[in-house]
Design a protein around this ligand. Structure first.
Ligand code: FE2
Length: 278
């Protein structure tokens, strides 16, 4: 079974009049590559209502299920500042293939398990910055915008733990299957931004949590592949036998083919091929 993988579509920023939309390009590319399932690992848009509409459009046009986990942008309240992040998170559960509702079974032997995940500063450089610095979510005049637009009812570290505990319950329940594990945030430092890039020894703090890498190690015998997004990379690395796959579209200004949406989406779409009978 061929599974198409993409994240960080950012349709509200990337779609432009006169250009093919990102969702249309994804659906076409999925058909062309004969994907029988899609996994979108978050950051469809900055508004959960737009995200819901676009996910439905992708499924309709691609003709296959599109599994989804929310990204931090999907939880932004920029359009409705009075809403907290749980409101967006719960609204997104209306989409029937949101993995935050339930794992998705693939035949008798495989399952896809996932959720947004959150950051707990564990990828920031703790030798240079204290926890109080990370809690500021601002450095040198640059703000990590989740500070303004994502309002949970608990600390980032407690959110990271909440998702970790939820995911672990599901991993334990399906340990006897092959598991495709999906988070929006990154599970391992190998997927963060090199510290040599200005201020990323600080901003890596907001990219994910080691808790998810620890889960992948603990259940690695059952997890051939773990998908994440968030960093706008296309990268694959091995972690103790689990393939970590980052297959992000990112912003148009970061694209190689910035004038050709279909070409760029086709380039970014990762495809894995699994034998669901094994
Ligand atoms: Fe993100």
């Amino acid at each position: 079974m061929k599974i198409g993988i993409l994240s960080d579509l950012h349709v509200d920023k990337n779609n432009a009049p006169g250009q093919m939309s990102v969702q249309e390009a994804l659906a076409r590319s999925a058909r062309e590559r004969e994907a029988e399932l899609l996994i979108v690992a978050g950051d469809v848009s900055d508004d959960h209502r737009v995200t819901l509409r676009v996910l439905e459009e992708i499924e309709r046009k691609a003709g296959v299920p599109c599994l989804f986990v929310p990204g931090n942008h999907d939880l932004w309240n920029v359009a409705r500042p009075d809403e907290d992040a749980w409101t967006a998170y719960e609204a997104l559960l209306q989409f029937r293939h949101n993995l935050a509702s339930a794992p998705y079974l693939l035949g008798d032997r495989w399952v896809v398990i996932g959720d947004a995940g959150w950051f707990d500063f564990s990828f920031g450089n703790a030798d240079r910055y204290a926890e109080a610095d990370f809690l500021q979510m601002e450095l040198g005049g640059r703000m990590w915008k989740d500070k303004r637009y994502v309002r949970w009812d608990r600390s980032p570290a407690d959110m990271a733990r909440y998702f970790r505990d939820k995911l672990e319950t599901q991993l334990a329940a399906y340990e006897d299957r092959h598991i495709i594990f999906v988070t929006h945030v990154v599970p391992d430092a190998s997927l963060t931004i090199p510290e040599s890039r200005k201020d990323w020894d600080y901003f890596n703090a907001f990219l994910g949590s080691r808790l998810y890498g620890d889960l992948i190690r603990e259940y690695g015998h059952s997890i051939p592949c773990a998908i994440s997004g968030h960093v706008h990379y296309r990268k694959q690395v091995s972690l103790n036998g689990t393939e970590l796959i980052s297959s992000c579209l990112g912003y148009r200004r970061e694209w190689r083919h910035s004038q050709d949406t279909y070409r760029e989406v086709s380039r970014a779409l990762g495809v894995i091929d699994i034998d669901v009978a094994i």
